[in-house]
Design a protein around this ligand. Structure first.
Ligand code: UDP
Ligand code: MG
Length: 259
């Protein structure tokens, strides 16, 4: 079966993209997403979440929507952070599959078909940026953060900061998230019993705009959040435990409404 055929028929794909002051990136990004999915046989939506941008991002998104009605826009009137933007994207997405990527063209939409191919056998597919095009300082600090995160949460996620990921829609649609938790999505989903795989993806330098994360915001806040996730994992209550219900036949009949 062709990679796209998986999603054919009643199912659809939502491409979820959080954007905060990404003027200059919107048009080339929406074109590249459309090109990458030109042969996609099912219904496709490209869901941009404008996270309270103060530049021309919203106007550029409206232009993109005029060019292609498959573009949907969620607009926060103030900046609420990447996790909040992604959570809104998940909630309002309609696709059977959901793909997330950054809005600055650092992720390559051409990798999306490869992720969808893997989604045939897995619930979550996480990109791992090969030859990452960021400063040496960012690469080193990110490697340390991933190491500490995996150590503390007993996990093996190589590059959780890579936004390029694919999910079966049901995994993320009703997920309750808190600020900063987008960095822990694979761990949070594994806790819920979903099967996660990691695949190499390409990475490009940022051409327009600048990063929204200094070292403080990425590293220190990220590490502080880590303890919360560690605690959540340690105290997680499995919603589907092996459980027997012992009740009298009379009560059971009343509960099901049978005569
Ligand atoms: N972003 C967002 N809200 C924020 C910060 C970032 O929606 O408060 C978006 C941003 O526009 C980009 C993605 O999240 O599409 C990743 O941000 P960035 O490229 O700055 O992160 P980096 O690649 O430098 O780690
Ligand atoms: Mg970036």
């Amino acid at each position: 079966m062709n990679a796209m055929a998986l999603l054919h028929g009643r199912v659809a794909l939502s491409v979820v993209i959080p954007v905060y002051n990404e003027s200059g990136n919107i048009q080339p990004l929406s074109e590249r997403v459309c090109d990458a999915l030109a042969h996609f046989p099912g219904t496709l939506e490209i869901l941009f979440i404008d996270d309270g941008s103060t530049d021309a991002t919203l106007a550029e998104l409206s232009d993109a929507q005029r060019r292609d009605p498959r573009v949907r826009i969620l607009h926060f009137t103030r900046n609420r952070g990447q996790t909040a933007a992604m959570a809104a994207g998940f909630r309002y997405s309609r696709g059977e599959a959901v793909v997330t990527l950054d809005g600055d063209l650092q992720n390559d939409p051409a990798d999306i078909p490869k992720l969808l191919e893997k989604l045939k056998d897995w619930d979550v597919v996480c990109g791992v940026r090969i030859r990452r095009q960021d400063s040496w300082w960012k690469r080193i600090s990110s490697r340390i953060a991933n190491g500490v995160r995996n150590w503390a949460t007993c996990d093996d996620i190589i590059d959780t900061g890579c936004t390029l990921k694919a999910f079966r829609g049901e995994c993320v649609r009703n997920l309750e998230l808190y600020q900063g938790m987008h960095r822990f999505l694979p761990t949070l989903l594994k806790m819920r019993g979903y099967r996660v795989i990691q695949v190499p993806v390409s990475h490009h330098p940022r051409l327009h705009g600048k990063t929204k994360y200094g070292t403080w915001r990425r590293l220190v806040k990220g590490l502080a959040d880590l303890y919360v996730v560690r605690w959540m994992k340690a105290n997680w209550i499995d919603p589907h435990p092996s459980l027997e219900i012992h009740e009298s036949a009379e009560v059971r009949l009343k509960a099901t409404g049978e005569k």
